[in-house]
Design a protein around this ligand. Structure first.
Ligand SMILES: [Zn+2]
Ligand SMILES: [Zn+2]
Length: 343
């Protein structure tokens, strides 16, 4: 079968590899669409970031929609031909955190497309617990967005967003825009997006943002105060991962509010702790998801989340480097989510 394999920075190869077969509790999935995630792009452009050095060559990808092609011993919830989507984590089920159901905190965690072969291939293997059946009302295109939407929904839960809240989001990439959709679905009354790319404002408004503040137009925290009668946001979610965005995120939050970090940080940054102490703000992390993938599918099925405008192109897997990865590197302004058509 064909697969898109990562050999190192700027070295992705579309080549023949043997078909994998599922072990106990695992599904073999025939991939229809695979999404290029910001993580995949980082591995391509500046990696290795999260791929362990001894893992190359490795097939990238953890965002997908496809069909069950085979399954291993002990799988009872799926049959061949089921349309599925899923998420990327592999957990041990036995550590302190797994026993508490906190699978995203598993100390033996693996991740599809970073520690095991991923979905940018005709077939790949996933544990059955990381797969969800897709109802007919959820297309393959939407199915391929389940994983980033699950990241976003978990962040909204970490932020304890409830009906009527004001939410601020730092970042206009896929995760920032997915957080916007999930904030709306959770009942936020007002959502403000802090954006870097000028082209994203109209799209953010279409997705439900009440206001877009551009980074280069003065202090975003001061702007948000003007928009909220001097109060700030009940919750703010950082979706970028730069050294200076956590401070901004904290400052967007009202006294007693919650700031959530979702970004993947490659470098340490600084934080003025006095912006936490005297305002009793809470700063929390948000790492992938627990069971949010299943909830996201329900929200997609009944239309409470409509991510159609996030998909900016669909290209064949064989052209993934030139038409997918390179376009995303060179042309950030006009590309959000690129899906790779596999079958
Ligand atoms: Zn992803
Ligand atoms: Zn575990």
């Amino acid at each position: 079968m064909k697969a898109l394999r990562w050999y190192g920075r700027k070295d992705l190869r579309y080549e023949d590899v043997p078909e994998p077969s599922p072990g106990p509790g695992q599904l073999k999935i025939k991939v229809a669409l695979a999404g290029i995630c910001g993580t995949d792009l980082k591995e391509y452009a500046t990696g290795p970031v999260m791929i362990p050095p001894d893992k190359a060559p490795l097939t990238l990808g953890h965002e997908f929609a496809g069909k069950v092609a085979a399954f291993g011993k002990g799988v009872t919830d799926f049959k061949i031909g089921d349309r599925v989507s899923g998420v990327g984590y592999w957990y041990c089920g036995e550590c302190y955190y797994c026993k508490k159901g906190l699978y995203n905190l598993c100390i033996n965690q693996g991740f599809t497309g970073l520690t095991t072969d991923g979905c940018m291939a005709e077939f790949f293997i996933l544990p059955a617990y990381a797969c969800y059946k897709l109802p007919d009302s959820v297309s393959d295109e939407y199915g391929a967005l389940v994983e980033p939407l699950a990241v976003a929904l978990h962040a909204i839960r970490q932020a304890k967003v409830s009906a009527g809240d004001t939410v601020a989001i730092v970042g206009d990439g896929t995760i920032g825009l997915c957080v916007l959709l999930c904030a709306r679905a959770a009942g936020a009354a007002a959502v403000c997006l802090v954006a870097k790319h000028k082209g994203r404002g109209g799209l953010a408004e279409k997705l439900g943002a009440n206001a877009v503040i551009y980074l280069d137009e003065g202090n975003p925290a001061r702007k948000l105060l003007e928009l909220t009668d001097g109060i700030g946001a009940d919750a703010a979610i950082e979706c970028v991962g730069y050294p200076d965005t956590p401070q901004l995120t904290v400052e967007l939050v009202r006294r007693g509010g919650i700031a959530v970090l979702v970004g993947v940080f490659e470098k340490p940054g600084a934080l003025d702790f006095s912006t936490i102490t005297f305002t009793e703000r809470t700063l929390v992390g948000s790492s992938i998801y627990v069971h949010e993938g299943r909830t996201v599918i329900d929200l997609l099925a009944d239309g409470r989340i409509d991510p159609s405008s996030l998909i900016t192109s669909v290209v064949p897997l064989k052209d993934a480097v030139e038409q997918g990865f390179e376009q995303l590197v060179r042309n950030k302004e006009s590309n959000i989510k690129t899906l790779l058509r596999v079958s």
